[in-house]
Design a binder for this molecule. Structure first.
Ligand SMILES: C[S@@+](CC[C@H](N)C(=O)[O-])C[C@H]1O[C@@H](n2cnc3c(N)ncnc32)[C@H](O)[C@@H]1O
Length: 287
């Protein structure tokens, strides 16, 4: 039996719609683009789909209909216009995290930091560290991550993007000076795990495929902010900046943690949905 692109597209879209996937059209288009290796596969709707490719498309659509993340199925996702390999064991880069990167680029511009030393804690896929190195080529960028699976994606993504960064395996919630430059960092950035116990018990099917280590931030979701702020303030240069992403509704708690640790010039920023999502704060005292 032969099948045209249009016929197969409609079948796949209907399957995802029946499964309650509200981005059915977008998801099927991504699968078609990937499998047919064309930017606009539906410009030729009457083209016959070769049997082996049809099998693959049907397979991916089936897995997607069961709630498996589209990004893991494709194996690659874009962040800030750069490609990142993703798969089980690593958090999928989220569009709202681009705000954190934008904030840091703005701090460097405003403070005239021409060759800042920046560290990304809990680096995961490396989307923040790699993007910063690409956008600020004179910066010296470091990235720390605890998960071996994520580390392997991080290293792969640095080389995929030709970004020369220092990648280290480390539990950033423990003290110690090993593998940390003695004269500190100008900017410390982190998008740590921040979901609460309650949020972990109500995960969307797609998110439940992502690693718990990347999601769970302790009972109130704030464990990483308390630990990182307390430990890493000692690795900030005078007038250096600490920049975090946090979850919806956590802004006041994160701000309090920063105030308790003597940070100043605390700025909260909202993502495109209007939700407070990121903070930057300055350490004006020598620690
Ligand atoms: C929310 S994900 C963020 C990943 C990436 N920075 C991003 O924005 O997409 C948090 C990351 O922190 C890592 N992580 C969790 N606990 C850690 C720890 N104690 N030390 C270092 N990394 C940790 C997880 O493995 C995960 O990759």
């Amino acid at each position: 039996m032969t099948m045209t692109r249009r016929e197969l597209y409609v079948l796949c879209r209907e399957k995802l719609e029946r499964a309650g996937i509200d981005t059915a059209d977008f998801d099927v288009m991504c699968i078609f683009q990937d499998m047919l290796n064309e930017k606009n596969p539906m410009f030729q709707p009457l083209e016959e789909v070769p049997e082996d490719i049809r099998g693959k498309i049907t397979d991916l659509t089936e897995r997607r209909s069961q709630g498996y993340p589209l990004q893991y199925l494709l194996g690659r996702w874009e962040f800030f216009g750069y490609p990142f390999n993703v798969g089980e064991g690593v958090l999928i880069p989220r569009p709202e995290t681009e705000l954190l990167v934008e904030n840091i680029i703005e701090i460097c511009r405003r403070e005239k930091l021409t060759s800042p030393r920046i560290v990304d804690l809990c680096s995961g896929s490396g989307c923040i560290a790699v993007t910063l190195k690409k956008e600020l080529p004179s910066a010296e960028v470091w990235a720390y991550e605890i998960s071996p699976q994520a580390l392997s994606y991080l290293k792969g993504n640095a080389s995929l993007n030709d970004a020369d960064i220092n990648i280290k395996e480390r539990d950033v919630m423990l003290g110690g000076n090993e593998d940390i430059p003695e004269d500190g960092f100008d900017i410390i950035v982190s998008n740590p795990p921040y979901l609460t116990s309650e949020e972990m018990s109500q995960l969307q099917t797609e998110v439940s495929h992502e690693p718990e280590l990347a999601l769970y931030g302790g009972e109130d979701g704030l464990d990483a902010y308390r630990a990182i702020t307390d430990i890493w303030k000692h690795h900030l240069r005078k007038n250096g900046w600490l920049c975090y992403e946090y979850g919806d509704g956590q802004h006041d708690y994160v701000k309090d943690i920063l105030i308790d640790n003597d940070f100043r010039n605390i700025t909260l920023s909202r993502d495109l949905a209007g939700i407070y999502r990121a903070v930057s704060a300055q350490r004006t005292e020598e620690v």
